[in-house]
Write a protein that binds this ligand. Sequence first.
Ligand code: URA
Length: 200
Amino acid sequence: REAAAVARTPEASLERLQLQAAACRGCPLWRPATRTVFGEGPADARIAVVGEQPGDAEDLAGRPFVGPAGRLLDRALAEAGLDRAALYLTNAVKHFKFTPRGKARIHAKPAYREVAACRPWLDAELELLRPALVVCLGATAARTLLGRPVTVARQRGRIVEVGERACLVTFHPAHVLRSGADGDYRDFVADLARAARRAH
Ligand code: URA
């Protein structure tokens, strides 16, 4: 009976979900990718952060947000007063999509059908977590969670209720990295600070 009780905890359910996702063949992206990169973080996280898809570094490490965009995200989270270890970090698409160029693997934007194929995993994660706030990093995550196309620059920083769920749209850290604009970084940190205030 004890084992059954343990298996029903949100932690155990997340782990089971991760094992199932590791074998997902719901779209063709699994084949060239190294592995499924599932979400990570505590099952009682108040904030879930949703990106687009793992990059090269994440595909190799098997963890979300550990490459250059992840390092920028870490810095911005810390400045916003958020502890990464207390957040649940995941992606709309859980395999790295890329175009080979010599030895390099160049990030390719996931097609909407790939986002849709991966959607059940994200839904299941959020269903288990029931976070106080979902932070959408960039247009892919925002479109998936808001259910409509989103222009991030125009709609960032506001909290929108989507059914029972509160969502906040902000820049994708890779955008902030590429743009190099101080203003974008400051806006990004301000949005994350807003998320911190809302969820705590
Ligand atoms: N970009 C994302 O959207 N997710 C990651 O995990 C890494 C980079």
